[in-house]
Design a binder for this molecule. Structure first.
Ligand SMILES: [Zn+2]
Length: 254
């Protein structure tokens, strides 16, 4: 089975890259690393581009998802760091979101620009992948794992203000910059998608100061656990079971 993996960092404990393909898409050329993991083949894309330098608002989201769709992956796993909006979700915790709120502003959100297609977002994250991520994460007893969470996506690249965080915390649990529109575009391509979020910091106003160094350090510290969770999840994913992610696009058209 083919499984797509989107992350902003390399995952050396997981990936054993055999080759790098360049997939040509309508939105540009996308390098995809091919790596066997257990009985499956992982198609890894650094969402920040080949030089890992694209800020969240400049990421080629459509190119990345189009490249995975062209590679015929069955599932997409996404990994990202987030800020926590609530004291019960602490730095170092794992959150598997079940829903999202979109506060991005400038990103193309759809593959459909010349026809009226409205995909259903009632359950944006694949329940099958979420279940496997949760089983895998809960095996690591030193980690605190949150079964549910609302992911609020901001445009970035700046971090949020204290007032924004107060507002967001009424409706969401974690805040990040890259989870949207990936989740929407995956649904438009009828690919199951779910996200593994590492809480790297408390959001603005909930900790004394916020620096990108804190975020990087937390990711480096927890990277071995993320690799373990992903390895176990990928190993345990089976060929399509029942879920409703597979969108019949003809039914989403007006
Ligand atoms: Zn699914």
């Amino acid at each position: 089975m083919k499984i797509g993996l989107l992350c902003g960092h390399r995952i050396p404990d997981l990936l054993n890259t055999k080759e790098i393909l360049t997939v040509e898409t309508k939105y540009g050329s996308i390098p995809v690393e091919i790596s066997p993991v257990g009985k499956h083949i992982v198609f890894f894309i650094n969402r920040h581009g080949p030089n890992a330098n694209l800020p969240p608002h400049m990421i080629n989201y459509r190119g990345n998802i189009a490249a995975l769709a062209a590679s015929h992956v069955d599932y997409i796993l996404s990994v990202g760091t987030v800020g926590s909006l609530h004291k019960q979700m602490k730095p170092g915790d794992i959150v598997i979101p079940h829903d999202f709120i979109d506060f991005t502003k400038t990103r193309p959100q759809t593959f459909f620009e010349s026809e009226r297609v409205h995909v259903d977002m009632t359950n944006p994250y694949c329940p099958l992948i979420r279940e496997q991520l949760l089983i895998a994460a809960k095996k690591i007893h030193s980690l605190t794992v949150h079964d549910h969470g609302v992911y609020l996506a901001t445009e970035g690249p700046r971090l949020e203000t204290i007032s924004e965080i107060k507002f967001f915390s009424q409706y969401a649990d974690v805040v990040g910059m890259t989870g949207v529109p990936e989740v929407i575009l995956a649904r438009e391509k009828s690919i199951c998608y779910a996200s593994l979020c590492l809480v790297s910091n408390m959001a603005a106003g909930l900790q004394s100061e916020l620096s990108t160094d804190t975020i990087k350090k937390m990711y480096t510290q927890k990277q071995p656990y993320i690799s373990k969770i992903l390895t176990s999840t990928i190993t345990n994913l089976e060929k399509k079971q029942k879920c409703s992610c597979k969108t019949d696009i003809s039914k989403a058209k007006i």
